[in-house]
Design a protein around this ligand. Structure first.
Ligand code: ADP
Ligand code: MG
Length: 474
């Protein structure tokens, strides 16, 4: 279905004027990022890249994505508590993937010692694309679920006003009024605040664990502000700070600089380059502590691509969510084809299929953050190299989703205004809090639409490929 402003896309002068308004509106609303040149300074900043126009999203699929989010929250939480499932599922992966192996070692070590943590907080984002399929009717297909450091819940709440302004400049007042309000950072902060409250020490702080390079700080500040507004103190620390100044007392309460920490919110720690030996030690200290980790290491493991692939096997969802047939059906409806490359006949067969027809698949290693997947000819070459080696178990194969492209303009600092054929990825933020066995919060907290030019197979906003967008429901 074409957008109601499709005719405008041909009028270059109008578009130029709208783009100038859009950029100023983005700066005014706080759709901000630090610059590549000065990633840790806020004295000169720029706008985060975004689309000139909202993108059309089928409302039925949008609603479907919201409706399944609480189910995904329950599922991730169930996986994180299932030691046997994680152990079996990741057994082949940890033999060949050092990063997953190191996370898994900490997971086992913490379980052996016995968990000091009793309040659990999950913040995740389930990402989808709209697959055209053979019959031309779009279907919601999950790309992945991010269980650690899922970002842009802050900045995305500010794109609605920007796109609303652009539509008005184009004379589309009625359409502007139909853009949905969206504020994930508030929902995520409510989850953090609940966990902080249940931790039960009013003088304790919330610690954002942040990367050395902090270009996306304003996105995090949105959540931080919501916490300060609720009179909760927030500190920002790096692994390095934890290594140097962190300690546990006899009850394994976590202290840093003499301050007790109630909640650790990770915006770091999801890729191998986040770690050196000291950072791994800091991670272990945090995981052993009583503080609420968002996520704990088991929940991070629940978000691996290998776990995602295993969930698509018959019977696994039923085993993890017993007595919840409807939730299982809603979750399964979003799954694309996923295939294990474990050594054996099944793996051999799918490897042969993918080599014969690489355009049908995406090859994914156990990595986050975009830019790691292989497609097309690269996929074929990689598979030919590793087809007879256990190395192949570091990857999974997934059916390639093929969305219908649409024309949009990607606004990026220092880039010329030009039309691109684009595809979008919809993310729904989920938040939940559990105390012992009792779920005390389970919500969908808002959405994120990211759009990129079709010539890029892979990559998110932080990777410089996708840009922020706002859904226009039809
Ligand atoms: P990461 O953890 O690196 O974000 P993703 O699974 O989200 O890994 O893949 C990164 C990007 O690759 C996605 O944002 C999407 O653009 C593209 N992608 C991933 N899986 C598929 C797929 N099955 N079909 C089409 N594109 C995909
Ligand atoms: Mg992703």
């Amino acid at each position: 279905q074409p957008a109601p402003w499709a005719a405008v896309l041909r009028d270059e002068e109008v578009l130029r004027e709208a783009a100038a308004v859009a950029v100023d509106a983005a700066l005014l609303e706080g759709v901000l990022m630090r610059t590549e040149g000065f990633p840790n300074a806020s004295d000169v900043v720029n706008y985060a890249p975004f689309t000139l126009l909202p993108s059309v999203v089928p409302s039925a699929l949008f609603e479907q994505a919201y409706a399944v989010q609480q189910d995904f929250n329950l599922l991730v939480d169930a996986i994180s508590q299932n030691k046997e499932f994680l152990e079996q599922t990741l057994a082949s992966t940890v033999k060949v993937d050092d990063f997953t192996a190191q996370l898994f070692r900490i997971h086992m070590q913490v379980l052996e010692e016995g968990l000091a943590q009793s309040v659990f907080l999950g913040i995740n984002r389930s990402d989808y694309m709209f697959d055209c399929g053979v019959n031309g009717i779009p279907a919601l297909k999950q790309i992945e679920i991010n269980t650690i450091a899922a970002s842009f819940g802050g900045l995305t709440s500010r794109t609605v006003a920007v796109h609303g302004r652009v539509l008005k400049v184009l004379g589309k007042f009625e359409e502007a009024s139909r853009l949905l309000p969206n504020n994930p950072s508030k929902g995520l902060a409510l989850g953090i605040a609940k966990a902080w409250e249940l931790y039960g020490s009013p003088s304790a702080v919330v610690m954002f664990l942040v990367e050395e390079v902090q270009r996306n700080i304003f996105d995090q500040r949105c959540i931080e502000n919501e916490l300060w507004n609720r009179n909760i103190r927030v500190i920002r620390k790096r692994f390095r700070d934890v290594f140097e100044k962190g300690s546990l007392d006899d009850a394994r309460r976590l202290y840093i600089d003499g301050q007790e920490v109630a909640v650790v919110y990770y915006r770091e720690g999801y890729v191998p380059t986040n770690y050196d030996q000291q950072n791994w030690e800091a991670r272990l200290l945090l995981e052993r502590s009583r503080a609420v980790k968002c996520p704990d290491i088991a929940t991070q493991l629940a978000g691996t691509k290998k776990v995602q692939q295993e969930l698509s096997r018959p019977g696994i969802l039923e085993m993890l969510l017993p007595g919840r047939a409807e939730a299982v059906a809603r979750i399964r409806a979003t799954f694309a084809g996923l295939y294990s490359l474990d050594v054996g006949e099944e793996g051999d067969r799918v490897v042969a299929e993918a080599i014969a027809d690489p355009e049908r698949f995406v090859l994914k290693p156990q990595r986050e953050g975009g830019g790691n997947n292989l497609y097309g000819e690269e996929l074929r070459q990689a598979l030919e190299k590793i087809r007879d080696s256990p190395e192949r178990t570091a990857y999974i194969l997934m059916d390639k989703i093929k969305p219908q492209p649409a024309i949009n303009y990607l606004l990026r600092a220092h880039s010329p205004l030009q039309a691109s054929e684009c595809i979008s990825e919809l993310g729904i933020f989920g938040v939940y809090v559990r105390r012992g066995k009792e779920m005390v919060m389970n919500k969908a907290a808002g959405h994120l639409l990211r759009t990129k030019a079709i010539e890029h197979a892979d990559g998110g906003v932080a990777a410089g490929v996708a840009v922020l967008d706002t859904p226009y429901l039809v």
